[in-house]
Design a protein around this ligand. Structure first.
Ligand SMILES: *Cc1c(COP(=O)(O)O)cnc(C)c1O
Length: 395
């Protein structure tokens, strides 16, 4: 028998399309209500009038870009941020009309045409890039100039013109008839650190750049600087818009920001028990026999593996929620399956749903737990789930 909770979670994912989902071996559940609530909570930190960009690059950090974008816009976001041109086109093809900023900056000539055609808004990193855009747009019949965003490097040493050269950059772009500056922005390198030294320095440089631009008599419609960490840590970083990724998905950039806002993880990963068996003392489990049963034990094989995005480095070092109980995963994680020690719950049945990431009852296993275990960040864990796992929107 499935527990009540499992039956419930099954019926919530089954929705109107019962047959399609009951056969799934593993999937990602996306709680759009939690997403919406996270955005509402974060927006409470903003001044009225500060715009909210939901960053939905990388398929919305693995959550499914279109449904996340639609939900975010309903919850009060007015901008969307993507990394690439195809990511922007995907949103436009789904009928999304909101302004879309491309945060990355590698564009082929064909992509520049596509940007104009789909009314996406590119980041320009240099005068040279602005001139290339200008030349290509000259050959296209545009109804209105292309809306562009100028990026300054204030200390991330990634994209952007050095902040000290900002006025030359802005002055050049302002003179180009096919380009219309929508914003000047920069990106913080260390906003998730409790040590504010570098963040404060970047902020000073940003302020100084804005002053230089003002000095040459140019009005910029919109200034923005803050990612999730900047948004949660200091209102003075908000400017005209915040660009929030991680936090809308329910994770904190750092433990020292836990008290700033109440967030709930949006994504859960579920899988089904494929096979249950008893193995004898001394039996080795999985490739390489990295786990040997020290006594007779009950084993559940679950249909999810590293090809679905479970990091193989978690082998023998992760837990899974089975009927609300954390049980250890044993042996090497394989491409399509993992094995669990269910000796504590020997009557687990084939077909039961277990929680790989998420919560059951009072227990929870989060992307942050995996990130800590693997010495990486929750961002990377969220982005690791592959398309073989269907995304199922709940709520
Ligand atoms: C990804 C990205 C963000 C969002 O960062 P989070 O830390 O996930 O909030 C904001 N701005 C830029 C330029 C980005 O590339």
């Amino acid at each position: 028998m499935l527990s009540n909770e499992q039956n419930q979670s099954l019926s919530s994912i089954v929705g109107g399309d019962t047959y399609a989902w009951v056969s799934q071996r593993a999937w990602v559940e996306i709680n759009l209500k939690a997403l919406s609530n996270n955005i509402v909570q974060i927006r409470k930190l903003l001044q009225p009038g500060t715009e909210f960009m939901a960053v939905v690059k990388a398929d919305a950090y693995g959550h499914g870009a279109v449904s996340v974008a639609q939900t975010a816009l309903k919850a009060g976001a007015s901008w969307l941020g993507v990394a690439t041109v195809p990511e922007g086109i995907e949103l436009r093809e789904a009928g999304i009309k909101a302004p879309i900023l491309i945060l990355g900056a590698s564009y082929t000539p064909e992509q520049i045409q596509a940007i104009a055609e789909w009314q996406l808004e590119p980041t320009l990193c240099s005068a040279k890039q602005a001139l290339i855009f200008s030349d290509i747009l000259e050959t296209i019949n545009l109804d209105s100039p292309l809306r562009v965003h100028l990026k300054l490097d204030t200390g991330m040493s990634r994209l952007g013109t050095h902040w000290q050269n900002c006025s030359e950059f802005v002055q050049l772009v302002v003179r180009l008839p096919h380009l219309n500056i929508q914003s000047v922005y920069s990106h913080l390198a260390t906003a998730d650190s409790p040590d504010r030294t570098v963040m404060d320095l970047q902020h000073q440089r940003f302020k100084s750049a804005i002053a230089r631009i003002k000095d040459v008599g140019i009005e910029i419609p919109r200034l923005h600087l803050a990612n999730s960490a900047g948004t949660l840590s200091d209102k003075s970083l908000h400017y005209d818009m915040v660009r929030v990724g991680l936090a809308i998905y329910g994770f904190y950039p750092s433990d020292h920001l836990l008290s700033t806002v109440d967030l709930q993880p949006v994504l859960q990963v579920k899988a089904r028990v494929a096979h249950v068996k008893t193995i004898e003392q001394g039996a080795g489990v999985s490739y390489g026999h990295t786990f040997i049963a020290s006594e007779q034990m009950r084993l559940a094989v679950v249909g999810i593996g590293y090809a679905d995005g479970i990091p193989r480095n978690l082998s023998n070092n992760m837990q899974v929620l089975v009927r609300g109980v954390k049980v250890p995963q044993v042996g090497a994680i394989t491409m399509d399956q993992i094995m669990l020690d269910i000796s504590a719950i020997p009557d687990v049945r084939e077909g039961e749903i277990v929680t790989i990431l998420g919560s059951e009852g009072n227990e929870q296993i989060t992307a942050q737990d995996w990130a800590n275990q693997l010495n990486t960040i929750s961002w990377e864990i969220l982005c690791s789930f592959k398309h073989r796992l269907p995304r199922v929107n709940i709520a």
